[in-house]
Design a protein. Structure first.
Length: 139
């Protein structure tokens, strides 16, 4: 029997990062997110992302990140409101590589179009708009 609870969604995710200042700068300057809370004692920054948080925690001295394909996370998706053409143009102007996309995908809020980028530590971030840029065809 499952636990007696009703789920509301994901509250936050925690990413270990190799350089907290560099990573915070990426989330602020590229994604436009803001740091909401700072916990200096544990080298943690909480970044607001809509109704959720992304916690960025610095590696401990002597600790290293495994390569992206060995971290146990393939990617995470951020639901956004944006014009895909303007988004692509902006990322290209900032010289941010598009790993793949735009492409039509299905997620928690239904179909939409996504592109994939990576943060400074190689965490793959899917940016998903709530509309399809290419019509879905049915036979």
């Amino acid at each position: 029997m499952p636990i007696p609870a009703r789920f509301n969604g994901v509250d936050h995710l925690v990413l270990k990062v190799s350089d907290i200042d560099r990573t915070v700068a990426f989330y602020e300057s590229v994604l436009g997110l803001r740091v909401e809370r700072i916990f200096d004692k544990i080298h943690l920054r909480q970044v607001r992302c809509g109704a959720n948080l992304i916690d960025l925690i610095a590696l401990q001295p002597g600790e290293t990140l495994p390569p992206p394909d060995r971290r146990g996370i393939e990617h995470f998706c951020l639901s956004i409101e944006a014009d895909m053409d303007a988004l692509l143009e902006s990322l290209r102007a900032m010289q941010i590589d598009i790993i793949r996309g735009p492409m039509e995908v299905y997620g928690a809020r239904g179909f939409g179009s996504s592109i994939y980028i990576a943060d400074p530590d190689g965490y793959e971030i899917e940016l998903k708009v709530g509309y399809s840029i290419n019509p879905v065809r049915f036979p």
